[in-house]
Design a protein around this ligand. Structure first.
Ligand code: ACO
Length: 429
């Protein structure tokens, strides 16, 4: 196997080192390319660019494989739970019983936010998007917890990690309570992570709210399935912001904002809105699919389909489709959205347009249907994705700050503007 790749440019040849990953992926190390040839690479959207070496998550998009620290997502969804999987992502190994117990206890005892954080919410308009609130409050944590911002002090980093994982569900639930004008519910230490989140979302001081164990387990699995996805848009954003040595809270706040967009974490909201819109027109989906295929308007896509990396099925979508049937059965929900989604999936998977472009259901196609059946409003969907993705973001930030090869992230460009010209006085323009 070659350990260099040769390129020829303007009559000059250059050998570039080849880097191989543990699962056989091949990269060409271009770190010296500009120095030795004067040229750079151009790769809009970074689809062919490896930004780092990482030992956290492996994806084989052609085979539909996703593994956290080597362990298949199917096994984790079946046998693990979110906080254990978070530790796996953060530490690299499944934790021993005692370490897991200690971690879970730290998370439980950090779930309250500083009382003054609550007053922030009063300043936000009631109709504010919860992701905007979430990003703002996560960023503001660095003002309240300035005692744990030194990224070179492992103990401070550990405290910040506990604070973030523990407080994010509280921050998210408060944004929901604020939007509907209900009192904020304090966390309950006798509940597990997902059950406590459901309690803070749906309980009121007026009566007891009993969290259904199966629903809590489903919520936990949804968090787990979202926990990492290697160098996706938001994780790359966290790494990029963190590369300037910005603190963990600031870096994670940037990740929240990156996740908000409909092409990334906002897609499950877009899926439910699309399904509702199709149902409202009385169409069974074929008219809508025609519009998608004819690119009838900019941005008309079959939301929840397609993925930058998966060119075969998304393994998370398979697990979520099964969960979707179980949850709707459990909550006795009517199933028009699910029925339509299944129908659309069947039509699309037989259609040449989707086959030739290798477009399959992604993680968002079924997750939104589950969440709306649980009574979660659509604009809250990306905030739940945020809770799930948090351990992955932190693992990437942590891996980066300890990586001796990590540098300030600063891409270059091919300039296409005017070449040098003179300033023209305002009267002469
Ligand atoms: N519906 C219809 N056509 C699509 C779709 C879709 N969902 N996705 C891609 N295509 C088409 C494009 O129009 C393009 O067609 P063309 O070759 O005729 O121009 C071709 O497939 C390639 O699409 P790109 O946009 O170049 O693929 P890219 O890798 O950049 O996009 C993305 C990936 C953004 C996820 C895209 O598939 C999409 O917009 N999907 C819908 C939104 C969505 O579900 N996002 C969630 C992603 S998962 C996540 O972030 C958690």
């Amino acid at each position: 196997m070659a350990d260099t790749a040769r390129i020829a440019l303007d009559g000059k040849e250059l050998d570039l080192p080849v880097v191989r990953g543990s699962a056989g992926e091949v990269g060409i190390d271009i770190a010296a390319l500009r120095r030795d040839s004067g040229a750079i690479t151009v790769d809009p959207g970074y689809a062919n660019t490896g930004s780092c070496r990482s030992a956290i998550t492996f994806i084989d998009g052609e085979q539909g494989v996703l593994r956290y620290r080597g362990i298949p997502i199917e096994q984790l969804a079946e046998r693990s739970h979110f906080l254990e999987t978070a530790m796996l992502l953060l530490d690299g190994e499944l934790p021993a019983r005692e370490a897991l117990g200690s971690f879970m206890s730290h998370i439980t005892y950090h779930t309250m936010v500083h009382e003054d954080v609550r007053s922030f919410y009063e300043g936000f308009p009631k109709r504010a998007h919860p992701m905007a609130i979430c990003g703002a409050v996560v960023g503001a944590l660095s003002t309240f917890y300035s005692d744990s911002l030194d990224m070179h002090d492992e103990r401070q980093v550990e405290i910040s990690i506990h604070r973030l994982i523990a407080k994010l569900p509280t921050i998210v639930a408060y944004s929901y309570k604020h939007s509907i004008g209900q009192p904020f519910m304090y966390p309950r230490n006798d509940l597990g992570y997902a059950a406590n989140f459901l309690h803070m979302m749906f309980a009121t001081p007026c009566e007891d709210y009993v969290v259904d164990a199966q629903i809590a387990r489903t919520m936990d699995t949804i968090f787990l399935l979202h926990a990492d996805h290697e160098q996706n848009c938001s994780a790359s954003t966290v790494r990029m912001v963190g590369s300037s040595m910005a603190n963990l809270f600031a870096s994670i706040a940037a990740g929240v904002h990156a996740l908000w967009g409909p092409l990334h974490g906002g897609a499950n909201q877009a899926v439910v809105e699309m399904l509702r819109q199709i149902l409202a027109t009385g169409d069974r989906g074929s008219d809508y699919l025609d519009k998608v295929k004819n690119k009838a308007a900019a941005g008309v896509r079959l939301m929840g389909f397609g993925h930058r990396v998966y060119k075969n099925f998304d393994p998370r979508a398979k697990i979520l489709k099964k969960l979707c049937f179980e949850v709707l059965d459990r909550v006795h929900a009517s199933t028009p959205l699910l029925d339509l989604a299944v129908e659309l999936e069947e039509i699309a998977l037989r259609d040449e347009y989707f086959i030739s472009r290798k477009l399959y259901p992604n993680v968002d196609f079924y997750s939104g249907i589950i969440l709306q059946a649980l009574g979660i409003p659509v604009d809250m969907f990306p905030t739940l994705f945020t809770i799930g993705r948090l351990p992955g973001w932190i693992a990437h930030w942590h891996e980066m700050i300890r990586d001796p090869d990590a540098r300030l992230a600063r891409p270059r460009q091919i300039y296409t503007g005017p070449t040098q010209r003179d300033y023209v006085a305002i009267d002469d323009r």
